[in-house]
Write a protein that binds this ligand. Sequence first.
Ligand SMILES: C[C@@H](O)C(=O)SC[C@H](NC(=O)CC[C@H](N)C(=O)O)C(=O)NCC(=O)O
Ligand code: NI
Length: 146
Amino acid sequence: MQFLHTMVRVSDLDASLQFYCDLLGLKEVRRKENDKGRFTLVFLAAPEDESRSSELQAPELELTWNWDPEEYQGGRNFGHLAYRVDDIYALCQKLQDNGVTINRPPRDGHMAFVRSPDGISVELLQKGEALEPQEPWASMENTGSW
Ligand SMILES: C[C@@H](O)C(=O)SC[C@H](NC(=O)CC[C@H](N)C(=O)O)C(=O)NCC(=O)O
Ligand code: NI
């Protein structure tokens, strides 16, 4: 078995591509328009995953944009997407400078949580740090600086 993708529905495709690609750094690998179903699928991959030489497909994020507006209420059953990043401070500063909500700032240089335009939680983990936090995470207010 192989993990292929996670699908999230987005209310504004352009705003989502600006967040996931322009700001977060994911790359669009393909898209599929479906006129009959009135939706667009856009598949994104992280650069390092995308350039992976193995025959295993890179794990992808599938954005589903329904052309007819729908209300998406975030279920508590979905937690977050997680990406390992080269420089968590620089990335969070860029995200904040572009109006992205930083739910958990990277004070410890290890882990941060940000929100997509649709409120999807995205965990950012600093490359080189342990994947699981040693200390239980106490929720922290974002004071705008770290
Ligand atoms: C291409 C493959 O990875 C898919 O996931 S297609 C699955 C298909 N998606 C849609 O029909 C998109 C539009 C639909 N209105 C929606 O919002 O899902 C599908 O079966 N979706 C149902 C689901 O529960 O994912
Ligand atoms: Ni899918």
